[in-house]
Ligand binder design. Structure first.
Ligand code: 3AM
Length: 194
């Protein structure tokens, strides 16, 4: 099973970003666009993990969630991973209480390191992935989406839980399933795994 730890977007932000996705899709029709219901903020990517490791991970996430309170985020400004003229990933950056977001992500990464997981990236770049290039060498049309997204305005959203997702690839792209949720600021719970 492939898994990752993330924050979900609320409906208002999801709908608004979904409108932008519909518009941008015409600029980069060959990219793999994220479905609006699947938009999220990745805190840690775990890759392949065994079912047997899920309880320990749940315990770690319960501890982390209990140590952080809810906070507010907003989407602002596009960015990319990969070469500037042939990006591999198009995303929108995040504003709002990014200090709280950074502290939460660092805490998640610390607990994962204690469980033996190696981080997938060195410096956390808070973002919501919108599209990925199909070609491993990137997609020049994703660079054109940066200008097309510009400084579109997005609603603020409250973040009040951390979610453990499993991820599967099907014919239409990625499908995510929430395996467990932990409320920020809540006493550590042990029975959140579905
Ligand atoms: O595709 P999503 O957003 O679910 O965007 C990358 C992907 O998550 C994210 O890690 C996941 C597996 O590659 N990622 C890559 N570099 C990152 C960085 N510097 C990053 N997330 C935060 N900061």
């Amino acid at each position: 099973m492939r898994a990752f730890i993330a924050l979900e977007l609320d409906d208002a932000l999801r709908v608004r970003l979904g409108e932008e996705l519909a518009r941008l899709r015409r600029v980069a029709p060959n990219a793999r666009w994220v479905r609006s219901e699947s938009l999220h903020v990745t805190l840690a990517f775990l890759g392949e993990m065994a079912d047997a490791d899920v309880p320990a991970l749940g315990g770690a996430l319960a501890k982390v969630a209990s140590r952080h309170g809810p906070f507010t985020l907003c989407a602002r400004g596009p960015g990319t991973f990969g070469p500037f003229d042939r990006p591999k990933v198009l995303w929108t950056g995040l504003g709002g209480d990014v200090a709280a977001l950074g502290a939460l992500q660092a805490d998640v990464a610390g607990e994962l390191a204690a469980l033996g997981y190696r981080p997938d990236f060195e410096k956390f770049e808070p973002h919501v992935t919108l599209a990925r290039a199909k070609h491993p060498r990137g997609d020049p049309s994703l660079a054109r989406c940066v200008a097309a997204l510009g400084d579109a305005g997005f609603p603020e959203q409250a973040v009040d839980e951390v979610v453990l997702f499993s991820s599967e690839t099907d014919r239409d792209g990625m499908r995510y399933r929430a395996m467990g949720r932990w409320r920020l600021g809540a006493a550590p719970a042990t029975d959140n795994i579905k």
